[in-house]
Write a protein that binds this ligand. Structure first.
Ligand code: ATP
Ligand code: MG
Length: 422
């Protein structure tokens, strides 16, 4: 036998047993974002490398260590997208979506980061992103958070996630804060790990969310970013907090929350669960008012978030929220001459008349026992039996596979009866 070739580490198959839960999560998200009037946008999975470098920032984990970058046959440097916001902004600028109009957009798809694979952290993973362009008030920030809160409720996980919120202010406020932060951290340079040392002068705010416990230990008396916020950012944040209070959405303000990507300003937030260990952030987002301009468009305020679908699915599995819609409602069992063709016809008739019904035909023959066993195995609610008597009399026997009762009806009556069960 030939040697088998395995999938790439950290890139998973989603098996037929897993797809129903994924579909449930995806369709719930689609329904919720649509309920707010957002439109889907689809971008390519590969972009020019400089797009991500410029948008996400050169001194970030994502760009420094996690991108899948390669040269294509023309010698251009391309990268698999590590996130969606940069592509979304690029697409918006390129297609004139930001000219005198607001955009409320969402997308869903695979992202790629070369990280160390572990539970909740993969090299190909899936995000749903939501981005709003052209609106600057805290009202839209509040709406996005309300949208996520509604989604958690619909998925049944709202009691298991909590919201952390912060404002990282304007570029200028952050510049001032940076100086204070560097001054505070310099005397502790020996405690900093290599990553933090490197970032001390390039991107010191990233040190605040370092996961290294030694580094966290020296951050006790670190200057508070809140003390450096500009007045407008303060007012924006107060406005957001008030709207969340009014909406009954609980949050904690976490002064250390800065988020990993460079483009954020003002509002940043994360939804966190304690049920998934270290990979507890299921959704993160914030405002990025400078990004459109930074990527060559005209200045456009923007805000968005992205959530990790693997982590949502894992959380639902952890909470045993795995009940999904039945894959098959009715399983057609046939016996005797001409019954196979009659079975195919009956199934087609049912699909014509009851579009929501899922009908599966038995193929490959075998006795009743074998066929009923298959019907059970696929989880059908009913078996529809067509044997010689049924076929000569134009009837169908419906067997309820959960209760066991059975009844023989004319085809028209059977369809009507099944319709009432859907
Ligand atoms: P983390 O701190 O866990 O590395 P992040 O700050 O890098 O997350 P973002 O870039 O904000 O994450 O992405 C938004 C969401 O996408 C995360 O909150 C998470 O749910 C998900 N996510 C990010 N990276 C991965 C990954 N490698 N595997 C699975 N999900 C991921
Ligand atoms: Mg990360």
């Amino acid at each position: 036998m030939a040697k088998t070739i395995q999938a790439i580490r950290g890139m998973n198959d989603c098996l037929p047993t897993q797809t129903p839960l994924w579909q449930k999560v995806e369709s719930t998200i689609e329904r919720v974002v649509s309920a707010y009037g957002y439109n889907e946008i689809r971008m390519p999975i590969v972009e020019m490398t400089p797009l991500f470098k410029r948008a996400i920032g050169d001194v970030t984990d994502v760009v420094e260590k996690e991108m899948y970058t390669f040269e294509d046959r023309n010698g251009d440097s391309l990268s698999l997208r590590p996130e969606g916001t940069a592509s979304c902004v690029r697409a918006g600028i390129e297609n004139g979506l930001f000219y005198n109009q607001e955009q409320r957009l969402w997308y869903m798809g695979p992202m790629f980061r070369h990280e160390r694979p572990q539970k909740g952290r993969y090299r190909q993973f899936h995000q749903v992103g939501v981005e709003v362009f052209g609106l600057q008030g805290p009202d839209v920030d509040a709406e996005l958070i309300m949208m996520t809160a509604r989604l958690w409720k619909e998925l049944g996980i709202d009691q298991h996630v909590r919201l952390e919120l912060n404002s990282i202010g304007s570029l200028e406020a952050r510049h001032n804060y940076r100086q204070a932060l560097i001054a505070y951290l310099e005397p502790h340079i020996d405690v900093l790990d290599d990553d933090c040392k490197r970032r001390l002068h390039t991107n010191p705010m990233r040190i605040l969310d370092s996961k290294n416990p030694d580094v966290q230990a020296i951050l006790g008396d670190v200057p508070a970013l809140a003390d450096y916020l500009d007045d407008e950012s303060k007012a924006h944040f107060a406005g957001l907090c008030e709207m969340l209070d009014n909406a009954g959405i609980a949050y904690t303000v976490n002064q250390r929350l800065v988020r990993g990507l460079d483009y954020y300003n003002r509002t940043v937030f994360e939804w966190i669960t304690e049920s998934l260990g270290a990979q507890g952030t299921v959704c993160g987002g914030g405002r990025y008012d400078g990004l459109v301009e930074q990527l060559g468009g005209k200045a456009t305020p923007a805000v968005g978030f992205a959530m990790g679908l693997e982590r949502l699915v894992l959380l639902m599995e952890e909470l045993q929220l795995t009940e999904v819609r039945r894959r098959v409602d009715a399983y057609v069992v046939t016996m005797g001459e001409g019954s196979m063709m009659a079975g195919l016809q009956l199934a087609e008739q049912l699909r014509d008349q009851i579009p929501t019904m899922r009908v599966m035909n038995h193929f490959g023959g075998g006795n009743f026992k074998k066929q009923f066993k298959r019907a059970d195995a696929v989880g059908a609610a009913f078996a529809l039996v067509l044997a010689e008597t049924e076929i000569t009399e134009g009837k169908v026997t419906i067997k309820d596979l959960r209760g066991g009762e059975q009844q023989t009806l004319s085809t028209a009556e059977a369809i009507e009866w099944l319709q009432a069960q859907m």
